[in-house]
Design a protein around this ligand. Structure first.
Ligand code: AQP
Length: 343
């Protein structure tokens, strides 16, 4: 123990860190399962929301799309209502400390810890194993670095990320035990009944940016115009029953969950409104509710994207501010682990 002050950098509020990878256009799942919760809780915390562009390199990517998606994610954060007085929005690769700390953490992480990660096992299943980049295996160390650099107290994530936060705590503890108390242990902030939105084409699979690249009908993007949203819902998979029944099968349950989540109505009201209705009526109602919820977001998004130069300036300024904290944490780790020149 070497007496570092591990409180949150003088801020009276606990620090929250979270991020989304610009691995494709953001969809309803990203909004209802993540960004909307960040917006709702932003006054309670001192927030850092990152566009984790280095994570988007763990699967094959197109450079032009990566740039565009990076700007898109940042603009969507703002358009959805993340405010710059409570939150800092920045792009991960603008702060090299993320990669540097990730390397040290990677070297301290037993391979078995990473091979056991569910996400790695899923994304590298079968013959994929021979083709996927090593980054897919080691990316939890980069995620841990993202979180640990900012002395984060809470990480709001979906249930699927719990394992990565546990790893982050384990690796932070390993560093602290072996070299001295230099890292703050974060906690996962997992909503009790978070919305888990499934693919419109396949209600057994989570709506995902990557799957939407192969089949655009899989997801509703936050930037989709109304006519596209209507078409996507019109083609959404439903059940074999002739009309909406309760309890519903997976396809209808997904549509109902989207409707309920977007309109914030009760389960009783949902059943009263849709029991016995045709799938067409349900699909139209869901489409119109989603269009109405996205309208103000899309208006703000267009405004923000009309001046990309300003957006990039804001992101750069935010990165310059945050780099001070990130570099201080990195220097502490570099010093205690024996790297020269960090006193
Ligand atoms: N379908 C979903 N329902 C609810 N929440 C979701 N999230 C993602 N999909 C759904 C939440 O959004 C955040 C985005 O995290 P990410 O981009 O880092 O990675 P992810 O979870 O893997 O998201 P995607 O869209 O599925 O991307 P790809 O296809 O690139 O892997 C997280 O908080 C997540 O819980």
């Amino acid at each position: 123990m070497n007496g570092y002050d591990l409180r949150t950098m003088g801020s009276p509020k606990p620090r929250v860190f979270s991020g989304i990878q610009p691995s494709g256009g953001l969809h309803l799942g990203n909004y209802l399962g993540a960004i909307r919760n960040w917006v709702r809780d932003q006054d309670k915390y001192d927030n850092i929301f990152c566009v984790v562009d280095l994570h988007a390199m763990t699967l094959p990517w197109d450079p032009k799309l990566l740039r565009e998606n990076t700007l898109q994610v940042a603009a969507v954060y703002l358009a959805c209502g993340i405010r710059q007085d409570t939150s800092t929005i920045f792009v991960q690769s603008r702060i090299p400390a993320h990669s540097e700390l990730a390397w040290i953490l990677t070297c301290l992480t037993p391979m078995g810890w990473l091979e056991r990660m569910t996400q790695f096992k899923e994304k590298s299943a079968g013959e994929q194993r021979e083709r996927v980049g090593t980054g897919l295996l080691t990316y939890p160390a980069l995620m841990a670095a993202d979180i640990l650099l900012y002395e984060t107290n809470f990480v709001p994530v979906g249930e699927d990320q719990r394992q990565h936060i546990e790893y982050t705590r384990d690796i932070a503890q390993r560093v602290n035990q072996r070299f001295g108390q230099v890292l703050t242990l974060p906690e996962a902030l997992i909503p009790k009944a978070g919305a888990r939105i499934m693919g419109l084409d396949d209600p057994e699979r989570k709506m995902s940016k990557t799957l939407a690249q192969a089949n655009p009908g899989h997801a509703v993007f936050l930037t989709d115009p109304p006519e596209v949203i209507r078409k996507k819902f019109a083609r959404a998979q439903t059940d074999a029953e002739p009309a909406v029944r309760f309890p519903p099968g997976p396809g209808v349950a997904n549509l109902l969950q989207i409707y309920q989540s977007v309109t914030e109505t009760t389960a009783e009201n949902l059943e009263r409104t849709f029991a016995g209705k045709s799938y067409n009526e349900l699909k139209q109602a869901v489409a119109e509710a989603v269009i109405a919820a996205l309208r103000p977001i899309q208006e703000r998004y267009r405004e923000i994207r009309s001046d990309d130069a300003q957006l990039v300036r804001d992101l750069d300024r935010a990165a310059d501010r945050l780099a001070v904290t990130a570099n201080a944490t990195l220097a502490r780790v570099q010093r205690v682990t024996g790297l020269l020149g960090h006193d």
